[in-house]
Design a protein around this ligand. Structure first.
Ligand SMILES: NC(=O)c1ccc[n+]([C@@H]2O[C@H](COP(=O)([O-])OP(=O)(O)OC[C@H]3O[C@@H](n4cnc5c(N)ncnc54)[C@H](OP(=O)(O)O)[C@@H]3O)[C@@H](O)[C@H]2O)c1
Length: 244
C-alpha cells in the first residue's frame, strides 16, 4: 500500500509514520508537509526507513504542483492528521484556522482523489468534541467545533459524490490520547470529555495503528469513536510495536 500522511511532524502524524515504516504491508509512505520530514528516531530496527519520501508543499489551497503530484500518483490511502488543534486555535485569527483546517483538507482530498488508485481511502483525524450538526448551539469552542464538523460533512459528501471513483472516507474521533512522555490529561478535561460518551483514552500507537488498519483492510464504519480505535488498534498492534 502506498500511504500519504499529512501532519507528519505532529503528535499523531509522526506516530502514523513510525508504525507505517514498521509495517511490511505499507510499501511506500509519502509525508506531505510544509517542511522536510525525517524518519522518527525511535522507529526500531525492524523498520524500513527507505520507504519514506518527504514531499514539501508550499501552497495548500491551490492545485498541487506537478512536482508533488508525481509523488502521490497511484496512492492507495491518506491519513490526514494536519490541523490547528483547539488549544493552538485560541491564539490565532479564526479565518486562518479555518483556512488550515477546512480549505487545506478539502483541497488535499480533491487533488489526491483525482490521481489516486481505486479504491482510495481517506482517514481524517478529528476529535470527539467536533460537531457535525450545524444547527446545534454549543457551550464552548462553538465556532471551532462546528467548523471542524463542516470539514467532516464535506469530506463525507465528497466520498458519496465520488463513490464511482472508489473514494472512501471515514473520520477518527478520539477523545483523550495518551502517549509516553506526554503529560497525562488533567482530571477536569477527562470529566469534560466523558460528557461526550465514546471516550476511552486511546494510546497514540493504537490510534495510529487503527487508522493504518482501516487504510489497509477497508473502512468498517464512520465515525471511528475512541472505543473503535482502541479495539482496532489493539488488534493490529504487537506489544513491541507500541511507542515507549
Ligand atoms: N493531541 C490530542 O490530544 C488530540 C486529541 C483528539 C484529537 N486530536 C486531533 O488529531 C489531529 C492531529 O493532532 P496533533 O495532536 O497531532 O496536532 P499537532 O501535534 O499540533 O500536529 C499538527 C500538524 O499539522 C501541521 N500544520 C499545522 N498548521 C499547518 C500549516 N499552516 N501548514 C502546514 N502544516 C500545518 C503541523 O505541521 P508543522 O510542524 O509544520 O507546524 C503538524 O504536522 C488534529 O485534528 C487534532 O484535533 C488530537
Amino acid at each position: 500500500m502506498k500511504l500519504i500522511v499529512t501532519g507528519a511532524t505532529g503528535l499523531v502524524g509522526s506516530e502514523v509514520i513510525r508504525l507505517a515504516l514498521r509495517n511490511p504491508a505499507v510499501t511506500s509512505v509519502i509525508a506531505i508537509a510544509r517542511k522536510p520530514v525525517l524518519a522518527p528516531v525511535d522507529v526500531g530496527p525492524e523498520s524500513q526507513t527507505s520507504k519514506l519520501e518527504s514531499v514539501v508543499l508550499e501552497s495548500w489551497t491551490s492545485p498541487y504542483p506537478e512536482s508533488v503530484m508525481r509523488h502521490i500518483e497511484d496512492a492507495d490511502a491518506c491519513i490526514w492528521a494536519l490541523a490547528v488543534t483547539p488549544s493552538q486555535s485560541k491564539d490565532m485569527d479564526f479565518a486562518d484556522v479555518t483556512t488550515i483546517c477546512y480549505d487545506y483538507t478539502i483541497n488535499g482530498l480533491t487533488n489526491m482523489a483525482a490521481h489516486a488508485s481505486k479504491p482510495f481511502r481517506f482517514i481524517y483525524t478529528s476529535g470527539v468534541t467536533v460537531e457535525r450538526d450545524q444547527e446545534k448551539t454549543l457551550p464552548f469552542l462553538s465556532e471551532y467545533r462546528l467548523m471542524r464538523g463542516r470539514v467532516e460533512n464535506t469530506i463525507l459528501d465528497f466520498a458519496k459524490q465520488h463513490h464511482d471513483k472508489g473514494v472512501e472516507v471515514t473520520v477518527a474521533k478520539p477523545g483523550g490520547i495518551e502517549s509516553p512522555g506526554r503529560e497525562a490529561i488533567s482530571a477536569p478535561f477527562t470529566t469534560m470529555l466523558e460528557t461526550f460518551g465514546h471516550t476511552p483514552t486511546v494510546h497514540l500507537s493504537e490510534l495510529a495503528a487503527a487508522m493504518i488498519d482501516q487504510c489497509l483492510h477497508g473502512i468498517t464504519k464512520d465515525p471511528l469513536w475512541g472505543e473503535d480505535l482502541v479495539e482496532i488498534g489493539q488488534r493490529a498492534l504487537s506489544p513491541e510495536d507500541y511507542l515507549r
